[in-house]
Every structure is written in C-alpha cells, then in structure tokens.
Design a protein around this ligand. Structure first.
Ligand SMILES: Cc1ncc(COP(=O)(O)O)c(C=O)c1O
Ligand SMILES: N[C@@H](CCSC[C@H](N)C(=O)O)C(=O)O
Length: 405
C-alpha cells in the first residue's frame, strides 16, 4: 500500500540508534542538517514548498505529506521509542484511528476490558460502522486471549498499566501467543501512562506502540498530539500512507512544541513518580484500596517491574462511597479537577464521571469499574503541598480515620 511521492520525506526517515542513556538521548536532538546551525529545530510554518520545476520537487512538497519540523520530532521519537519509524498526528485518538485503518471489514480486534473511555468509544464505532468486532478480555490473565485468537484477528490492543484501574498486562507473553498463532496480527500497546522513559513495548514484543502525546511526552497540557512507533519499517510506511491520505499529520507549531516538551521527559517523570510513590504510601497507610504498581500490595508488582523501570505517576484509589469521593475531589485546592494526566500540574478526577463517562454505566458495572474511583495524576509541585492539600480534602470529606487517644 504505497503511493508515496518519490520526494516524500518519509523515504528519508531512519531510526538512529541510541548511543547514550535515555535521559541523555531524550535531550539530544539531531539538528545537524540545519543550514544555519540553529541550536533549536526551527518551526517551518509553511503549507507548501517551492519546486525547482514541474517535475522536480525537493524533499518536501506540501506539509500534509511532510514538513521538516515534523520530520525532526518523528526521528527523535523513533530514537527514544526504539522504533524503526515514528509518526506524529493530531491526537492520541487520531493515532489509534490511523492504526485501526489497517483493519478490514470482517476482521477482528482483541482489546482489554479496562481501557481508556475514548478507546472504548472508537472500538464501538468501528463495530457499528465498519463491521469490525472487538472482543474485550481480561488482559491480566494472559491465557484469556487464547480462545479469541483466530485467522480473523488483525489487532491486539493492550494497555499496561490500564487506565484507570492500573492493571498490568504481560506484554511479552501475549505478544508471543499472538505471533505464534496469528502471523497476520499486530500487537499494539498504548504506552501513554508510562512514556518511553519507563517502558518501551517494542522491546517487549509489540509491533506498534502509541501514545497520547498530549500527556507525558509534551508534559505541559499546551497541545494535543498522538505518536505512533512501528517496529517494522513496512508497517510504518502503511501508517504513513494513511496519515497522508487522511490528512491528520501534526502541524509544524505543534510538532515543535512536542519536540520542546519531550526533552524534559526524564526529569519530569523522575520527580512526578517520586511524589506519586509518597502519595500512594500515604493513602494506603490510611486504609484506602490503592491501585499503583509501585506498591508491594499491587497483585502484579513483579510483572510490572519486569517490563518497566518505574511505576509512573498515576494512581487510583477507592473510598467505598461515591459521595465521599466527590467531596474529596471538590475539596482539593491545589489539585485541579481535570481529565488528562502527564502534565507538570497535579490533577484529580473521578473516571466514571469524567474520562470514562462515555462507557455506558451498565458496561462499566459489567467490567467492575468502581463508581467511587478517584484518579490522581501527580505533577512536579512540592509533594508536601500536595499531601497537605489532599489531607485537608480528605478531612472535609470525613474520609480520615478518627484519631484514637
Ligand atoms: C491511555 C490513553 N490513550 C489515549 C488517549 C487519547 O489521547 P488524546 O486525548 O490525545 O486523543 C487518552 C486520553 O485522552 C488516554 O488516557
Ligand atoms: N471528553 C473527553 C474526555 C477526555 S479524557 C482524557 C484522558 N484520556 C483521561 O483519561 O483523562 C472525551 O470524551 O473523550
């Protein structure tokens, strides 16, 4: 499936091997092709490019097909994701839309039963509009996929940790099952929660890894972006074809913002994760049921540790009462009540009312998604302020244990 112009920048995209440790590579952007030795990659804010002649275009002809700023961020992301090819589009959902366009009517998808609400919505839409059925399985039990693998399977879509219950999926085992039984199927991992700093699914057996670049990769909640990394160059080429055909490639300014934001990924994540570990310990000590893979009590603590270098900075916890949860969320002053995560600012939300409200209530119940669940996305503020603010909100909500003399 290729009708890429001979001059397309796609042809020149190569995966530069990583030479240094991640924190060094992420801040080291190759701009050696700049004619003026600019220290920062310039924003090529142009829709079209002049040609030398009617039949002689340069490397770029039109920004939907390719733009130098986008190429730089794509090459940089390919390097840090360990991908043969990376592509950037206008949102995380746009990334999943591009990937699902590899599925033909009558083929099937297998996905988790705890997953981002928007992903669930897109899969439901595909079932209705394209006759593409999705089987939802419990991905914490790798064997649960076996009865659904068939010659119709085209995509296996995994999250680990899942949003919002922070369940862990054994990416290597599931990838092995899929590749052994379904040579035509691709294992796709939504790695948004972890970022490539903490987990690289392509090194764990997946064929495609994608991200909402709106989250940790950009880190400041000032842009929407989606990032796709393909292990195989030919899959990358097919995805590029879809992006050029449908016109969802990321614009020059947003590409630049993404490139600027990603440079601080490692330092942001180190700080956010360290604070999240403190907060998880605090909530667990108070007796809440806390979902966080950095806690020894997490049922898949060891599995997560074997696939990643850290637990991340998102946790969820149950209070046992929806009213109490609402009062906690509304009682915080420093934590913003917002959907999304991965920003330098801390956010608090109730997934069933907010990010996962698009999943019908009866399906949320079938999938045991607790209505009282609170999700915390920890930013880079001073953790003492975050803890103090949380404590006063728990106090207002009557959720703190009564002190005993
Ligand atoms: C895990 C996960 N994947 C994908 C998305 C979609 O990303 P975007 O909002 O950038 O479209 C989100 C949130 O929106 C998410 O939480
Ligand atoms: N209204 C939006 C909700 C976006 S949720 C964003 C993010 N993925 C999260 O988990 O908080 C929608 O319906 O898509």
């Amino acid at each position: 499936m290729t009708d890429i112009l001979p001059s397309s920048p796609a042809a020149s995209v190569v995966n530069a091997p990583r030479r240094y440790r991640f924190a060094t590579e992420v801040v080291t952007v190759d701009n050696s092709d700049d004619p003026h030795n600019a220290a920062s990659v310039p924003i090529y804010q142009t829709a079209t490019f002049k040609q030398k002649g009617a039949t002689a275009s340069g490397e770029y002809d039109y920004s939907r097909s390719g733009n130098p700023t986008r190429t730089h961020v794509e090459n940089h992301l390919a390097k840090i994701m360990g991908a043969e090819r990376a592509l950037v589009v206008t949102s995380g959902m746009g990334a999943l839309d591009v990937i699902t366009r590899l599925v033909r009517s009558g083929e099937e998808i297998i996905a988790g039963d705890d997953l981002y609400g928007g992903t669930n919505r897109l899969l439901s839409f595909l079932a209705k509009s394209q006759n593409v059925k999705t089987h939802h399985i419990d991905t914490t039990q790798s064997d649960s996929i076996l009865p659904f693998l068939s010659d119709k399977t085209r995509l296996v879509l995994l999250e680990s940790p899942t949003n919002p219950l922070i369940k862990i999926t054994d990416i290597p085992t599931i990838s092995k099952y899929v590749h052994e039984r379904c040579p035509n199927a691709l294992v796709v991992v939504d790695n948004t929660m972890m970022s490539p700093y903490l987990q690289r699914p392509l090194e764990l057996g997946a064929d495609i890894s994608y991200h909402s670049g709106t989250k940790y990769l950009s880190g400041h909640h000032d842009l929407m972006a989606g990032v796709i990394g393909a292990k195989d160059a030919s899959v990358g080429e097919e995805l590029y074809y879809v992006i050029n055909a449908t016109g969802c490639g990321l614009g020059p300014f947003d590409s630049w913002l993404l490139l600027r934001g990603v440079k601080t990924l490692a330092v942001r994540m180190d700080k956010q994760q360290a604070s999240c570990i403190r907060i998880a310990d605090y909530l667990e000590a108070l007796g809440f049921k806390v979902h966080f893979p950095g806690l020894l009590s997490h049922p898949q603590y060891e599995l997560h540790k074997s696939m990643s270098s850290g637990p991340g900075a998102v946790l969820s916890f149950e209070t046992g009462d929806t009213g109490i949860s609402e009062r906690i969320v509304e009682g915080t002053k420093l934590w913003s009540i917002s959907v999304s995560f991965g920003c330098v600012n801390s956010l608090i939300s109730m997934p069933c009312r907010m990010s996962h409200a698009s999943i019908p209530a009866h399906i949320r119940a079938e999938r045991s998604l607790p209505e009282d669940l609170i999700r915390l996305c920890v930013g880079i503020e001073d953790v003492e302020d975050l803890l103090e603010d949380l404590e006063q909100a728990l106090n207002i909500a009557g959720a703190l244990p009564t002190p005993t003399k």
